[in-house]
Design a protein around this ligand. Structure first.
Ligand code: CLF
Ligand code: SF4
Length: 295
């Protein structure tokens, strides 16, 4: 199926390597400024990065907004085609909104052309959507693994509504409600939204197409169906890894509803570089060096 992609959208994806596979020469930089999370996914071990947008089993150090901005300036000097700054954990970008906001403000002061991108579980999206838009965030990923709270209840152990811990269908319903409401606000304001769906065999596999259809109905730009990579010490650790052929089959099937992402690298919360050429290790000591200097 062909998407009706307007000129405005084409302009927005021109330099974004995730939203546009043809933009592979451009680089993105994740700034790991968001350590806290407000839900518990059954595939996540909090010792590691947020699995909703990252490869499980890796850990990223956390930077303060000032450190993130200083690191951005340094990376930009070394990677000229750096076009996107993403906030994708290691927890949830919106559960750490103060840090997220401050980082964006500081980076914007040094570079007016950078594209801001954010990834979230969506729980606090309705609360922050307008502020994100006025900050200049133009691309938002929401991980939505189910549009049926009964299935959601199998995926989320708990969801925090402020201080209140909700479990089962109650928690999954609240999360879904906020995700749908938040995506609606973003789409109405021309923010390009991507929905990530973790393909969990035996849990949501028969439901993925429903999620994709809902994403289309909401006006989402594309969906990214990601394979669950079983993580140690989680409820889903013994779910068998998904064969690539099954993943492709699902993406192809869902491609009749909405554009699919085929080139996701499930990168780290501190990933830097082109999607196929991660250079984060070259810059990893930067935060520590800064801290030493400031001590
Ligand atoms: Fe980062 Fe995500 Fe923005 Fe890209 S990643 S916040 S949309 S700038 Fe890209 Fe990495 Fe896949 Fe994410 S390859 S995990 S889709
Ligand atoms: Fe882990 Fe991310 Fe889920 Fe939070 S949203 S529990 S960090 S996978």
């Amino acid at each position: 199926m062909k998407n009706n992609v307007s000129d405005i959208v084409l302009e927005k994806i021109k330099r974004h390597p995730c939203y546009n596979s043809k933009a592979h020469d451009y680089a993105r930089m994740h700034i790991p400024v968001a350590p806290k999370c407000n839900i518990q996914c059954n595939y996540c071990n909090r010792k590691y990065d947020c699995v909703n947008e990252s490869r499980p089993g890796v850990t990223s150090g956390v930077l303060s907004p000032e450190e993130a901005a200083a690191k951005y300036t340094y990376v930009k000097e070394n990677i000229k085609n750096l076009s996107v700054v993403g906030i994708a954990g290691p927890g949830d970008a919106l559960e750490n909104f103060e840090e997220t906001r401050k980082s964006i403000e500081l980076i914007k002061e040094t570079d007016e052309d950078v594209i801001f991108c954010m990834s979230t579980n969506g729980l606090r999206l309705p609360e922050y959507a307008e502020e994100m838009i006025s900050l200049g965030v133009e691309h938002v990923t929401v991980t939505m693994n189910a549009v049926d709270p009964e299935i959601g209840a199998k995926i989320y152990e708990f969801v925090y509504d402020g201080e209140k811990k909700l479990t089962g269908i109650e928690g999954a319903s609240l999360l879904l409600e906020r995700q749908l409401e938040g995506i609606k606000i973003l789409v109405e304001n021309n923010i390009l939204c991507k929905v990530n769906i973790v393909y969990i065999k035996g849990v949501n596999d028969h439901h993925i197409e429903e999620v994709v259809k809902k994403a289309r109905e909401l006006g989402v730009f594309m969906t990214n169906i990601m394979p669950l990579i079983p993580t140690k010490d989680t409820k889903f650790e013994s779910i068998s890894p998904l064969p690539g052929s099954e993943l492709k089959e699902m993406r192809d099937k869902c491609g009749q509803h909405i554009k699919q992402m085929y080139h996701c690298q499930q990168c780290r919360a501190d990933a830097i570089g082109q999607l196929k050429n991660d250079r984060s290790s070259e810059f990893r000591s930067f935060g520590c060096a800064m801290r030493d200097k400031m001590a």
